[in-house]
Design a protein around this ligand. Structure first.
Ligand SMILES: [Zn+2]
Ligand SMILES: [Zn+2]
Length: 345
């Protein structure tokens, strides 16, 4: 089979590798859609721990497909079944895992990060992933692409649970990528009266507005627009959906009294932000951060998609064959389109 393997910094090779063999307690998934995430871009640009010429790693942790083979000791899954696979595999027994936080497990292994992922025709699903519930049936009517992009959506929902959106809230999202749009979609679903989306790129903003006309796009004069749209009160929720220190530093300026500020995007290592904590104090702000997502988040967001509450299909804007995975990476790095998918016939 073909697989796109990382060998080191800026070194991703599409090559022939054996189809993975499975044991009696494992299964194999035929990948139908695999989406590119910021994590893939970071691993490509910086290299990854343990990955070198002698130890390549197949990237991609966002994927959906059909079950191709099931080990004889595996219960509850059938060949041909459509599935979406949550990437974070916990040990299943530590405190984090038993409280539903396998994404924070000390022994965490993730597809495409620690073990071979889904920029490949087939992926082996280890026993630990099966018994811990990583393999989720893909509901009828949910596309493979949505099933893949659901990983990012689940991470956004993890964050949404922290900041919360009440009916009538004004929500400001800074960063008009797929992640920013997922926050916007959830906020609208939850009854936000206004969703403001800010980015420097007019192109990206126009693309987002075309996908959902309810969104108010802002490229300049953000503070003035926030003041105008909130009658000077400030936004109820501010989300930084990008990795820019200056954006984090300015975030409190846009929040109103009792506002919630969420730092969704982490900063590149070595970067820091200087925060005006008096704004937290005097405006009684709640500041939160989240990372990754639990299996519960993963299943909840798949459920939102399948019930038609949120449509994330339009966020997958570009499709590539596995042979062209490099183009998908280049397009994502250049911030063209929202979400790039590698698709298989
Ligand atoms: Zn991801
Ligand atoms: Zn654990």
């Amino acid at each position: 089979m073909k697989a796109a393997r990382l060998y080191g910094k800026n070194d991703l090779r599409v090559e022939d590798v054996p189809v993975p063999e499975i044991g009696d307690d494992e299964m194999r998934v035929r990948v139908r859609a695999a989406t590119v995430c910021g994590t893939d871009l970071r691993m490509y640009a910086n290299g990854a721990t343990g990955v070198d010429e002698g130890h390549p790693l197949t990237l991609c942790h966002e994927f959906a497909g059909t079950i191709d083979k099931v080990g004889k000791d595996v219960k509850g899954y059938e060949v041909g079944e459509r599935v979406s696979v949550a990437p974070n595999i916990g040990c299943g027994v530590c405190d984090a895992c038993v409280s539903g936080g396998s994404h924070h497990c000390e022994e965490l292994e993730a597809f495409g990060i620690h073990i071979d992922g889904a920029f490949a025709e087939f992926v082996k699903i280890p026993a630990r992933a099966i018994v811990n519930g990583n393999v989720t049936p893909l509901p009828d009517g949910v596309s493979f692409e949505a099933g893949a992009a659901n990983e990012a959506f689940a991470c956004v929902y993890n964050s949404f649970e922290r900041y919360g959106v009440n009916p009538g809230d004004v929500v400001l999202i800074i960063g008009a990528g797929a992640i920013g749009m997922m926050h916007a979609k959830l906020a609208l679903m939850a009854g936000a009266s206004k969703v403001l989306l800010n980015d420097l790129s007019e192109d990206r903003l126009r693309g987002c507005k075309a996908i959902d006309p309810r969104i108010i796009i802002v490229s300049e004069g953000l503070k003035e627009v926030v003041d105008r749209e909130t009658n000077g009160r400030g936004a109820d929720v501010v989300i930084t959906a990008c990795s820019v220190p200056a954006v984090q530093e300015a975030a409190f300026d846009y929040a109103g009294l009792n506002g919630r500020v969420n730092f969704f995007g982490g900063l590149p290592s070595g970067k820091d932000a200087k925060l005006d904590t008096n704004q937290i104090h005097y405006k009684q702000l709640q500041v939160s951060g989240t990372t990754r997502s639990s299996h519960e988040h993963y299943r909840k967001t798949l459920d939102f998609i399948s019930k038609g509450l949120v449509d994330i299909d339009p966020l997958v804007t570009d499709r590539y064959s596995l042979e062209d995975v490099q183009k998908a990476f280049d397009s994502a790095a250049a911030q063209q389109g929202l979400k790039q998918a590698v698709v298989f016939d």
